[in-house]
Design a protein around this ligand. Sequence first.
Ligand SMILES: *[C@@H]1O[C@H](CO)[C@@H](O)[C@H](O)[C@H]1NC(C)=O
Ligand SMILES: *[C@@H]1O[C@H](CO)[C@@H](O)[C@H](O)[C@H]1NC(C)=O
Ligand SMILES: *[C@@H]1O[C@H](CO)[C@@H](O)[C@H](O)[C@H]1NC(C)=O
Ligand SMILES: *[C@@H]1O[C@H](CO)[C@@H](O)[C@H](O)[C@H]1NC(C)=O
Ligand SMILES: *[C@@H]1O[C@H](CO)[C@@H](O)[C@H](O)[C@H]1NC(C)=O
Ligand SMILES: *[C@@H]1O[C@H](CO)[C@@H](O)[C@H](O)[C@H]1NC(C)=O
Length: 504
Amino acid sequence: MIRACALLCLVVFQVAIAIEIDVDDVESIKKAASIAAYDMVSYYKGNESGQTPGKLPEPPYYWWESGAMWGALINYWHYTGDTTYNDITMQGLQFQVGIDKDFNPQNESAEMGNDDQAFWAMAALSAAETKFPSPPNPGDPSWLSLAQAVFNEQIGRWDTTTCGGGLRWQVYQINGYDLKNSISNGCLFNIASRLARYTNDDHYAQWAVKVWEWMEEIGLIDQNYNIDHNQWSYNAATVLMGASTMYNYTNGDPVWRTRTQGLIDAIALAFFPDGIMKDICEQYDKCNTDEHSFKAYLSRWMGQSTQMAPFIYDKTIALLKSSANAAAAQCTGGSRGMTCGLKWFLNGTWDGSDGVGQQMAALEVFQSTMVRYIGVPLTNSTGGTSISNPNAGHNSSAVPPAQRITPPTKGDKAGAWMLTAFIAIMAAWACWFMCISAWESGLTGAATAGAFREKIATVMDVKGKGRVVKTGAPRNKWIGVDHVGSPIREEKRGSRYRQRDHFA
Ligand SMILES: *[C@@H]1O[C@H](CO)[C@@H](O)[C@H](O)[C@H]1NC(C)=O
Ligand SMILES: *[C@@H]1O[C@H](CO)[C@@H](O)[C@H](O)[C@H]1NC(C)=O
Ligand SMILES: *[C@@H]1O[C@H](CO)[C@@H](O)[C@H](O)[C@H]1NC(C)=O
Ligand SMILES: *[C@@H]1O[C@H](CO)[C@@H](O)[C@H](O)[C@H]1NC(C)=O
Ligand SMILES: *[C@@H]1O[C@H](CO)[C@@H](O)[C@H](O)[C@H]1NC(C)=O
Ligand SMILES: *[C@@H]1O[C@H](CO)[C@@H](O)[C@H](O)[C@H]1NC(C)=O
């Protein structure tokens, strides 16, 4: 009888609890954020003995997502004033700086993407902009210098040998090196614009302009301000943050105003059916572990870009509020009845999924709704105190294009030349495609992009088999749809690694 009652209570609770939020009440928003943050951090074990500080369990969480989580927690502290997670944030970020103090620790070299490094750098940049406590040890690198280090190294990797410029996806010659993608370049754009604003050093701004212009020329930003053929939310978000920051840095340059407006309009169209934020992988259950977190960055940077470009505030905040309400309503999972899933559009029904990404997305969308009540990002002339080191970073980790880091194994060597030749041909073809895609238009170009991706996936599969890399499984962030609006065409290796992603 008692058990039946307990069970009943649990069931009633689960249905009834959700996360309550009143998006017009700061205290209510803070409370909702603290619930989401608590559940997010519960996945982190890095501060327990025997674990590696800074890292979420991998699998399923790749190293980059840990950096993204620290960024979310710095924002959480900034938005709410709650210092609960500051110690683990400090420890985690500083533990992972690596010997060159550039967020390129040796343990992670087998999967180091420019975007991965950038997500850690953007967390450090947020720390500088919000005056997060400085690292306690004099030998520790300042938050600002960490972002400068990553910037310096990434501009050293700017590669004009193909496609007239651009940053490759991967730092080293591993799977994904043959791709120049939106997220890597978008993150560099984001970092450059924010460094320009923080330091008032125009060198950074010139790079921001250069990255934007290259992305536009090559077609990663199209004439309607869609980012990439696939429109993932985090690509659009990181570019929006950069453009709005450039608008602010230039004191309202009409060119950046037009771009910022164009981007937010495109974002509203692409990711907010019925006013509720939704990424392209959700409808067909195709989101992998990485992608579960993407809405966190869209929320984060939509919120912060309203500080840089107040003229987009009304439009942006309305979308964030309706999304926050929908997100809170479906946080009914788990034993506490407050675990969040990903499908906010399900009218208050939890989709049965849980994880760091889901929690982070909910956390960031909640807190973004109170953006007008928090301080704007600081600069070194408005109170920012993080110490500048314009020469930070190790030039040798810019890695010249021909350098390999993983020596071939015996198995690799057999047929290695054939593979090399094959990959070289494919890469040349892929790049030829990318370079000409800027002049193609409409569905033809986009549909070709789908085919292109499939081919590249095949190449990578072949390449992946013989290599001894730490993870054994390359990521597939760039796998998606043919073009916006069409059903997702999943590629073979996508599902394989997606399953692996979910096993833990
Ligand atoms: C790790 O950090 C969390 C969150 O701050 C805290 O609750 C937990 O007690 C810490 N664990 C250890 C072993 O310090
Ligand atoms: C690198 O990996 C080793 C072995 O797991 C671990 O002891 C060390 O703390 C790691 N370092 C970083 C920076 O993650
Ligand atoms: C801010 O940083 C820039 C570039 O490093 C430097 O020239 C300037 O003097 C700094 N301003 C302040 C107030 O520290
Ligand atoms: C730049 O940002 C500040 C802080 O939010 C804001 O007060 C100012 O109006 C912005 N500049 C422009 C041109 O919008
Ligand atoms: C959610 O509710 C709205 C309005 O009642 C309805 O139009 C929509 O189809 C519902 N969506 C789902 C996924 O149930
Ligand atoms: C690169 O770094 C090395 C050692 O850190 C230094 O000796 C060299 O001058 C640097 N090269 C450039 C071009 O900065």
